[in-house]
Design a protein around this ligand. Structure first.
Ligand SMILES: [Zn+2]
Ligand SMILES: [Zn+2]
Length: 364
């Protein structure tokens, strides 16, 4: 086992004065010059986790009385006296100047060797209630900003119900598009997506981009292709399209999952054990995919022209003369001067289902 010192703490505290007192102070972490490239883009993060070495600590007790309360085991405490005298503190990054990181909240004395630094992002799980109400997509925006792909997929599963390769592909495409197009979407129809399939892929897009049928920003083009085009109509008149260029990668790289898919989903013949096995494989593949670069799977076309509808109109309402229910006037059927809904008129209508958009008659 080898652990390296990557830097050193500069603090006004030469000796420990208690962690609470020290965490209220600013200090500087001076990183050694040979590691400077490792700090690239570190200012993207507001919080960092600092691992450091308690160089003044000696020995340890496995059970001892803490400052407050009864005796307890060492590994339930933050005592500096431990078999591996390593400290871990989450700090706020105030600014970076070359090899100097100015931080707030580090409880380490002057001269403490720093052994590692990691970005801290799970605070994004805890926005204040008022912030959450003001910006409903706060957590997702943070995940997108930090390209926290694993957590995005994890959350997309809440919408979709299971993890599968195409859900992951939808998340991957949408996260990539949002980073180049818009960033934050407030669901007011400025950012649009034109999806060309209504498969699992579309749910990855919907969750990640905040683009849904309900907010009228999701446009369905019944082409039956795994493809999506994003466009921000406020910012550009050109879109960015993702088309799945390599749809055979599952049968090629994950033949077992491919065989199970045919049996369980396509033929609906799998037993419970096979269904569970497929779910497990799908989950593994999905979390593999999400760590890859989008251009591994997609042909990405930028600056493409795309025909987009206007903002959703607000239609006037009518009442059906037979059932009395209210409907959009443009959806009504007129028969002998009577206004009828399609159901009462037994008229044909369009339905979006697993086959795409299909025209239906009331009797089929
Ligand atoms: Zn799925
Ligand atoms: Zn009616």
């Amino acid at each position: 086992m080898e652990i390296k010192k990557i830097g050193e703490v500069k603090s006004k505290y030469k000796e420990p004065v208690g962690p609470d007192e020290m965490r209220k102070s600013k200090s500087v972490i001076e990183i050694e010059a040979e590691y400077i490239d490792g700090l690239d883009k570190i200012d993207d993060y507001e919080y960092l986790q600092i691992l450091f070495y308690f160089h003044k600590s000696e020995g340890f007790d496995l059970i001892s009385r803490r400052r407050k309360g009864p005796e307890r085991g060492l590994f339930t405490s933050r005592s500096p006296r431990r078999p591996s005298p390593i400290g871990l503190t989450t700090v706020e990054l105030l600014k970076r100047e070359g090899t100097s990181l100015h931080v707030y909240g580090l409880d380490a004395v002057d001269g403490t060797p720093v052994i590692d630094i990691k970005p801290y992002t799970s605070f994004m799980d805890q926005p204040s209630l008022s912030l959450q109400k003001k910006t409903p997509r706060y957590k997702i925006n943070k995940m997108l900003k930090y390209q926290n792909m694993h957590d995005l997929l994890l959350k997309a599963g809440e919408l979709h119900g299971h993890y599968c390769p195409y859900l992951a592909l939808g998340v991957l495409a949408a996260a990539d598009a949002l980073s180049s197009l818009a960033g934050e979407n407030d669901g007011m129809e400025d950012l649009l997506a034109v999806v060309e399939t209504n498969s699992c892929f579309s749910d990855g897009v919907q969750y990640t981009a905040g683009i849904t049928f309900g907010n009228n920003a999701l446009i369905y083009r019944d082409f039956g292709k795994t493809a999506v085009t994003f466009i921000n109509r406020e910012k550009a008149d050109k879109g960015i399209r993702y088309y799945l260029k390599d749809s055979d990668f599952i049968s090629r790289e994950y033949p077992e999952a491919d065989e199970l898919f045919k049996k369980v989903v396509a033929e609906r013949k799998g037993n419970e054990e096979e269904k569970e096995k497929l779910k497990k494989l799908w989950q593994e593949i999905a979390f593999d995919i999400i760590e890859e670069s989008p251009d591994k799977y997609f042909k990405i076309e930028e600056n493409i022209d795309i025909d987009i509808p206007d903002y959703a109109p607000i239609f006037k309402d009518e009442y059906c003369s037979q059932c009395g229910e209210k409907l959009m006037a443009v959806k009504a059927v007129k028969e002998d001067n009577n206004i009828l809904c399609r159901s009462c008129a037994r008229s044909s209508y369009y339905q979006l289902d697993g086959r795409g958009i299909v025209e239906k008659n009331i009797n089929n």
